[in-house]
Design a protein around this ligand. Structure first.
Ligand code: HAM
Length: 415
């Protein structure tokens, strides 16, 4: 038997209704906020991520699926969408000429992480990126878009964590102080953090190792080092969230695992996912467009993990999940009538399943149950002879015989 690689799962039909439910909730909210869909490639030149995310990040230094193509060029399966969207935006004169641009995307991402519940090597994200303004309203808009999507999918137990990690200017002083603090306490750091201490000090705040988490509790706070511009920006973002009654918690250590962020960072977290507690995250990245060769353009965005959101809505009653009609037939002439009736119902947007080889009522009702059908439409010899059908409501057990022409009308009235 051939098998799939670890952390690269198949997604079977029993997950697809919930999947489409999440995706269409996201699509609806993106549309309401005028975000336009962009389809970005799955393969990029490795430099897009190395330059975009930072060589010292975990993603670039140890999690990318990278290989050489036949011409010896280094390609990488995208580990996230932001760097690709920025690369596409900078390269497209039509879009980056506009004063602002709003994009959303869906698709698979690839990270060679150690697979576990909620942590895959191929996983799917939806995300949004906004280009063209440093106004704090957009930080609020991006957070509120994810908040609306979360609420629409029925996820209830979650928190929004926010922080400001300042701009490169105010971060300079902070990093000096952070370095001093960690140098004094370096014995307690894990091996990775000892290595990161010089070149990627901020990342030490992101480490989940026990010793590092303990040290973090007394580390200096970035929020006490923000310059006037960054402090005022952060206050305005919080004021917009307060004004719109979006609850949040400030986490002065939320630095996120990617180097491109400036000012606002945020995460949607839940205690229900264990170790992988974030199901969405994002932030402002005001310098990335310039790093990619574009003119200076402020930007902000987020991405959410579809598989993690599915874990959170598992067991919820997803609308549209049930089959409308299971067609039950038995006896002479019944099958032909049942096939005809099925075609009629389907062309009226009523979903139908029928098994031409079925033997006996019992097995057909069992299958109707398994498909969670709302109704059984029964055609036995009697119905076939009189051009009628019996419609049974499978939730209440009530049934009624109607003429074949009235079947659609009856079903619409009962659904
Ligand atoms: P990220 O926090 O790396 O951010 O990923 C966003 C979401 O993708 C996470 O919150 C999680 O739900 C999901 N995710 C990440 N890794 C995995 C995995 N191995 N298995 C399953 N789900 C996973 C970004 O990707 C940024 N591009 C977000 C962004 C957009 N920032 C600005 N714009």
């Amino acid at each position: 038997m051939l098998i799939n690689p670890p952390g690269i799962p198949d997604i079977f039909p029993d997950k697809i209704e919930a999947w489409n439910f999440v995706v269409s909730a996201a699509r609806d909210v993106f549309k309401m906020n005028n975000y336009k869909e962009i389809i970005i490639p799955i393969l990029e030149y490795t430099d897009v991520f190395a330059r975009g995310l930072g060589n010292e990040t975990d993603i670039v230094s140890k999690e990318m699926f990278t290989f050489e193509d036949r011409g010896g060029r280094s390609l990488t399966m995208r580990p996230e969408g932001t760097a690709s969207v920025v690369r596409a935006y900078v390269g497209n004169g039509e879009y980056n000429r506009l004063s602002s641009a709003k994009f959303f995307y869906f698709g698979p991402m690839f990270r060679a992480e150690r697979p576990q519940k909620g942590r895959l090597r191929q996983f799917n994200q939806f995300g949004a990126e906004f280009f063209g303004s440093i106004h704090p309203y957009y930080d609020f808009e991006i957070i509120s878009v994810m908040d609306k999507i979360t609420k629409k999918t029925g996820i209830k137990e979650y928190s929004i964590l926010i922080n400001s990690i300042g701009c490169p200017e105010c971060r300079k002083e902070y990093i000096k102080e952070l370095k001093k603090y960690y140098h004094k306490n370096s014995a307690g750091l894990c091996e990775d953090c000892q290595r990161r201490l010089e070149n990627n000090t901020l990342r030490l705040l992101d480490c989940k190792q026990e010793g590092c988490s303990v040290l973090k509790k007394n580390a200096p706070l970035i929020t006490s080092h923000l310059c006037d511009g960054c402090r005022s920006h952060y206050s305005k973002v919080k004021a917009y969230l307060d004004m719109h009654e979006i609850a949040y918690q400030e986490d002065p250590y939320l630095v996120r695992g990617l180097d491109y962020y400036t000012r606002t960072t945020f995460e949607f977290t839940t205690p229900l996912l264990g170790g992988q507690n974030a199901f969405a995250g994002g932030g402002r990245y005001d310098n990335l467009v310039e790093t990619f060769g574009g003119r200076p353009t402020s930007a902000i965005g987020f991405a959410a993990g579809i598989e993690r959101m599915l874990l959170l809505i598992e067991g919820n009653n997803i609308p549209g999940r049930r089959l409308d009609v299971y067609m039950v037939h038995s006896g002479a002439g019944a099958l032909e009538q049942a096939i005809k009736m099925s075609a009629m119902l389907r062309s009226s947007n009523i979903s139908v399943e029928l098994d031409p080889e079925a033997k006996g009522f019992k097995s057909q009702f069992k299958k109707a149950d398994r498909e969670m059908a709302k109704f059984a439409v029964i055609i036995a010899e009697d119905e076939a002879a009189s051009n009628t059908c019996t419609i049974k409501n499978l939730s209440t057990g009530a049934q009624e015989k109607v003429s074949s022409e009235k079947c659609i009308e009856f079903l619409y009235a009962s659904m």
